[in-house]
Design a protein around this ligand. Structure first.
Ligand code: 9YT
Length: 134
């Protein structure tokens, strides 16, 4: 059994602060845990407006709190994000995420992240990123 606590994990290398200033994420489950997915609690800072394109991963995102929207860039569709919304990037969708009020999100990635991933210039995570040691 693996049991972890968010407040404790935030004090470790599991907490990643994005160099672009848009978000931070505490990665409670990672590849090394052997679950087949990674599980993160992510904060998107108020006012953030940025593009992502997870070419190497599928991602599910559940909104715990805050207010924002996600726009799929191939068709220009905008989907509001409020507490209870789940969006799923099942097509590796290129998208823009906007936080009108700070968003607290749960994010699940398949394949799981190694730990240290931040977005590359395409807005993707590389598959061979460094693992965290805790
Ligand atoms: C929703 C989203 O993709 N935010 C960027 C951070 C990412 N979810 C992560 O690494 O936890």
């Amino acid at each position: 059994m693996i049991v972890r606590n968010l407040k404790e994990a935030e004090k470790t290398a599991r907490r990643i602060i994005s160099p672009d200033g848009n978000w931070e994420s505490t990665r409670l489950l990672l590849k090394d845990d052997g679950m087949g997915f990674s599980f993160h609690i992510t904060t998107i800072y108020e006012g953030a407006d940025f593009q992502m394109h997870y070419q190497n991963h599928l991602e599910s995102v559940y909104c715990i709190s805050g207010e924002g929207e996600v726009e799929t860039l191939d068709d220009g569709k905008k989907y509001p994000i409020t507490p209870g919304t789940l969006y799923n990037l099942d097509q590796h969708d290129k998208h823009t995420l906007r936080a009108f009020k700070e968003l607290t999100l749960t994010c699940v990635f398949n394949p799981p992240l190694n730990g240290k991933e931040v977005h590359n210039t395409d807005g993707a995570y590389e598959l061979e990123a460094e693992a965290v040691s805790q």
